[in-house]
Design a protein. Structure first.
Length: 372
């Protein structure tokens, strides 16, 4: 069978990761990396990833017409995902779109409807959805190893410096030129934590009954850099997520699965799983581009179909519609380092993030002095 032709929209930032993954599959003759598109001239580093003869365009329609791809990877800024993905779907491409796929439920319905009408598939770039931890966790719930599922917590604490917020025009913004961006801590850097926690509940394709959001910032930015949220689903199952980009001590993001008889903890980035405190060996995660290629060829189920991000999109919409973050008082905030390496530090925030996930409580419910 002729390998499918793949194009990538975006060449900088995380798009480079997609370029490298696509190039690796190209070199193994599993795909043909046919072209890339970016509104800016690709960097020398990005060009160096591309096979000889790869088409490079600044216009999406021109690339689609010239390359006639089977699969399009959309790795552009989040607020452009819908427009680019719809263009690719209308051209008959199967699509792998980065997270967050879209920023509200209307856009979700539009994207899903377009894919259905075109008879093509849409995969979302939540790499954790391809982990072998998921069937292992489902088995632990099903066979009673942790008892009945009561809820899933998610936690993560990272350091982000001034350079992070200066890397592009939309970093740390809620809106840009009147268009929603929603670049908050839980909707972009820790989007994987929220979406993964929701997926574990088995209700990722349903809408939550209620969503509570607490947004804060230590930096004087438009969006939040510290946040907590609760999603309540039918049957009383809850997801509580807490995160910060102003860590005093970094916490590798994880989800903690609470059961009536025990708990499991999964560090989804490093693919490490513990069930009732005991490590569980896992195989390598499924690569989402390869998974999409296999799906197109063999009609196998997708690891991260758009449908499994519906509840997550409802959460993103709730953050978008929130009045906006509250400032954390200066008494609880410090800075470290200088210049573009400067970072903000919220006192004891790493501890609060982990406690929120472990106790299934928001910052305000923990009695954190700056939270309300």
């Amino acid at each position: 069978m002729t390998p499918p032709k793949v194009v990538v929209f975006g060449t900088s930032g995380y798009a480079e990761v997609h370029l490298r993954r696509a190039r690796a599959l190209h070199d193994r003759a599993e795909i043909v990396l046919a072209g890339v598109c970016d509104v800016r001239e690709p960097s020398a580093e990005a060009i160096g990833i591309l096979p000889s003869g790869t088409l490079v365009f600044t216009d999406a329609q021109q690339l689609l017409e010239r390359a006639t791809p089977d699969i399009a990877i959309v790795a552009t800024p989040p607020h452009t995902h819908l427009m680019v993905a719809l263009t690719a779907l209308a051209a008959g491409c199967h699509v792998l779109v980065e997270k967050p796929p879209v920023l509200d439920l209307d856009a979700f319905a539009q994207l899903a409807g377009c894919a259905e009408r075109a008879g093509v598939s849409c995969q979302v770039g939540f790499q954790s959805f391809g982990s072998r931890a998921l069937p292992t966790l489902r088995a632990a719930i099903g066979d009673g190893a942790i008892g009945a599922l009561t809820g899933v917590g998610a936690a993560g604490a990272w350091i982000r410096r001034d350079a992070y917020y200066g890397r592009n025009a939309w970093a740390g913004r809620r809106q840009l030129n009147g268009v929603s961006v929603v670049d908050g801590s839980l909707t972009n850097p820790f989007a994987h934590a929220v979406a993964t926690a929701i997926l574990v509940t088995g209700q990722a394709s349903t809408l939550p009954r209620a969503i509570e959001v607490e947004l804060y910032h230590a930096r004087q930015i438009e969006a939040d850099d510290t946040a907590a949220a609760r999603l309540l689903f039918d049957g009383g199952i809850e997801v509580v997520a807490a995160a910060t980009l102003c860590a005093d001590d970094e916490v590798e993001p994880y989800v903690v699965v609470h059961g009536t008889q025990g708990k499991a903890r999964w560090w989804y980035r490093t693919n490490m799983l513990e069930i009732n405190g005991r490590p569980v060996p896992l195989g390598l995660p499924i690569g989402l581009l390869r998974d999409l290629v296999t799906h197109v060829r063999d009609k196998t189920p997708l690891a991260a179909p758009l449908a499994h991000t519906r509840a997550f999109t409802a959460f993103v919409q709730a953050v978008r519609d929130h009045p906006g973050p509250k400032s954390i008082p200066p008494a609880w905030v410090g800075t470290a380092d200088e210049g573009t390496e400067r970072r903000y530090v919220v006192d004891r925030i790493a501890e609060s993030v982990e406690t929120a996930a472990d106790e299934m409580l928001l910052y305000s419910e923990l009695g954190v002095p700056w939270a309300s």
